[in-house]
Structure formats: structure tokens, C-alpha cells
Write a protein that binds this ligand. Sequence first.
Ligand code: KG4
Ligand code: ZN
Length: 343
Amino acid sequence: MTGRCVLAIETSCDETSVAVVRGSADGFGDLEVLANVVLSQVATHAPFGGVVPEVASRAHLDMLEAVVGEALAVAGLQTGDGAPVDAVAATCGPGLIGALLVGVSSAKALALAWDVPYVEVNHLEGHLFAVFLEQPDIALPMVVLLVSGGHTMLVSVSAPGRYRILGATVDDAAGEAFDKVARYLGLGYPGGPVIDRLSADGDRDAIRFPRGMIDEGLDFSFSGMKTAVINYVRRHPDAGNADLAAGFQEAVVDVLVTKALRAAARTGAQSVALGGGVAANSRLRERFAAAASDAGLTSHVPDRVLCTDNAAMIAAAAHWRLGQHGPTPLDGGAHPNLRLVDT
Ligand code: KG4
Ligand code: ZN
């Protein structure tokens, strides 16, 4: 098999994911996903109404070996003589410390056993690389709206590895707000996909929720929007969940799209893209693409599987990191509060 194959492990939160991605040995470009297996722990955590860190670590530990085996099998690679891949990567942060350690330790053990390089990857950089994986020749500079359960930020990308944080949330992340509103409405966990589905049956204009900080700069605030839903339900106990969901989703999407386009205008970006779990949201995808087109910008909205946590995006970033910076020493650790820094 020609080209360089990277096996990547993603265990930062509640998805056990292993991918095999092939690329050219000179670093980055022409990436081909041979396998991207994602095993969700949602059913395990659902009874608790959210992710329980200790339960997540144990579930990763129980399942990771099988998921590695499945990814290799899907990729058509054998673990007989010699190494099945040319490098092993893992998400080293940010995320839950126990969950991260399972992935990092396993990746290092595999790299040692197969005698191939180990590469650590910042999870947030992984989300940005989901765009490059599908659209390697996207026009730069671009602005990426990175919206997940733990993060909400606008990142200006002038080249792979060259980032500037333009804005971030001052309180809750967008996904966190979806999850909290869904929990309050008794819709279960995780809330984003449920609110997305339910909104299709609701009237998005029936209830108008405030758009937090929409006229101010590039930072976000979702905590007040969540509280607005709670206060509305207290005053209108008969309000229907579908209208509440649709109204809340519309308010969040309004803010996200407005700020992404503002960021693009301010930085002279040529394109805009979405990343992170909330980028799986149907209404956000639709409105983001339409607004970008109206503004004359190229937009890229990755496939849903590449928006929510997955190891293919980690492998993509690892290909680039290996080419630019070489392997990570085996004493590299896990960093729960790792940030994406301006470079
Ligand atoms: O990126 P991700 O899979 O994990 C983190 O790194 O946080 O994002 C998970 C978040 C959760 O808050 C979940 O509710 C949200 O993404 N999410 C959605 C949708 N699918 C997942 N939010 C809105 N609409 C969706 N369709
Ligand atoms: Zn994520």
C-alpha cells in the first residue's frame, strides 16, 4: 500500500473513535479516510443526564482495543508481521483527563509495539482539520466557527497550523446551552440532536428569544439565552416543546451566523467553515451556507460525522503535524485544559 497511513485515537470525551487515514509522506494533502469507527457512549451516560467522567474512562478502556481492531479491519490492514500503519496519533487535550489518558497511553503503547512514531494532536486543531480533510484546497485565509459541547470560538486560519482566535464564549459553549435547555425541557441527553429534530415540528417565529451579545463584537454569551427559555416556560407553562426548541435554536443560530460573517468581513477572509458537534445542526448548516453565499464567500460545511467527535479529523491533523514538526516524544502527556493558541 503506497502513501503514509496514520492510525488515530480520539477519546477526549464520550466517543471512542479510531481512524486510519492515508496521505502523502510529505505532510498534508490528498488525505483518504480508510476507516473512521466511532463508538458512542451516549446510551451509557444518558441515565445520568450528562457525561460522567469516571464512567467515560472505563468505557474507553473496555472498548478501545476492539475499536482499534475494527478500524484496522475496515481499512483492510493486517496486524501480522510488522506494523500495519506508519504512525499512531492520539488526542492529548483538551478533554476529560482520565478519558484522554486512555487514548494517549494506548497510542504510545501501539507506537512502541509497532516501532512507529507517536504524534499528539490538540482536539481543537483536529476539529479545524475536518475542513482540510474534505476541502484541502479551500481558499485561505478562512474563518472557522468552531462550536462544540465545550467550546465556541471563531478562528482565523491563514494556513494549516496558523491560527488567530477572534472571539470565544464568555460563559456557556453553544453545545452546552443546547444540552442544558434540552435537560430543562426533559428532552434527554445530548440535547443538540433532540432540539434539532424537535425544531422541525415547531414554529421558529412563535417565540422570540433574546440574541445574546449579537450587536457586540466577536465574543458570545449563551447563558442568558438559556435562562430566557427557563423564564419563558415558568411564565407560560403550556408552551409547546417544539416551538420552544425551534425558537431557541433560531436565536442561537442567528448569533452564530451573524458573528461568523462579521469575523469574515473584519479579517478579509475568503472562505468560512464550520466545525465541532454543533455544526451538525441542520438549521445552522442551512443558514451558514446561505449567509456565506449572500456575502460572496466560499463556505464549507463538513459531513456531520466529521463535525462531531471522530478520529479521522485527529489523523488529518496528525499527518500535517508529522510533516511539519515530526513525532512527539513518548513522554508527552495528556492536557485537560489545552488551548488553541494564536500562532
Ligand atoms: O464536538 P463534540 O462532538 O464534542 C465536544 O468536543 O464537545 O460536540 C458535542 C456537542 C453536544 O453539546 C451536542 O449537544 C452538540 O454538540 N450537538 C448538536 C447537534 N449534534 C451534536 N447541537 C445542535 N444540533 C445538533 N444536531
Ligand atoms: Zn469535539
